[in-house]
Design a protein around this ligand. Structure first.
Ligand code: COA
Length: 159
């Protein structure tokens, strides 16, 4: 893991943690695809039991975050993002592996996710052990009006 990287997990809509996640959110997602969430969306999902937010920081500066929602023994990676200036240093992978460890500790046995097919994050998911499940043609509509395919991935943590 990157030296000095600290990962903190929050189970509730804690104000500072959400503000940190929003700072990364605004920098990380290309507006063309309309994938960034708003603060009310983030706060809303964190009010649901079984949802957690993990913030990656170095020297108290927020560089990335992961958002996971669980129901019973399954969970879904809702968002994963790293500040563009800090990419390619293993922060995304550290957040993803930490989310998997947190899920396992909570008795969760599988993690699902959906990602735009053209997103480089696909490499990260495959590298971490996620398996391709299916493709949904034209599932996402970007702010440019264009349709983008989604890919579903799943990791079975009992395997
Ligand atoms: C996806 C994202 C979180 C990756 O964060 P990151 O900190 O750069 O990722 P890491 O440095 O841990 O990279 C891990 C692996 O991901 C892959 N990867 C990451 N960025 C990549 C890129 N631009 N091109 C190709 N592969 C890439 C590589 O396989 C890399 O492994 P390697 O270093 O052994 O080659 C980051 O690019 C991001 O915030 N993207 C925008 C938000 C987004 O689309 N999130 C995913 C959907 S919610």
């Amino acid at each position: 893991m990157m030296p000095g990287l600290v990962l903190d997990t929050y189970d509730q809509s804690e104000r500072n943690a959400m503000a940190d996640a929003m700072t990364v959110m605004e920098a990380a997602f290309d507006p063309v695809f309309g994938e960034a969430w708003t603060l009310p969306q983030l706060a809303g999902v964190l009010m649901m039991p079984g949802t957690w937010l993990t913030v990656a920081r170095v020297d108290a500066a927020a560089l990335g975050f992961a958002l996971v929602r669980s129901v019973l023994d399954e969970c879904e990676l809702l968002l994963l993002a790293v500040d563009p200036a800090w990419r390619g240093r293993g922060i995304g992978e550290a957040l993803l592996r930490d989310s998997l460890r947190t899920a396992r500790r909570r008795g969760i046995t599988s993690m699902n996710l959906e990602v735009r097919a053209s997103n480089n994050a696909v490499h990260l998911y495959e590298k971490t052990g996620f398996e391709y499940v299916h493709r949904r043609p034209g599932y996402y509509r970007g702010n440019d009006g264009q349709l983008y395919d989604a890919l579903s991935f799943r990791i079975d943590m009992l395997a």
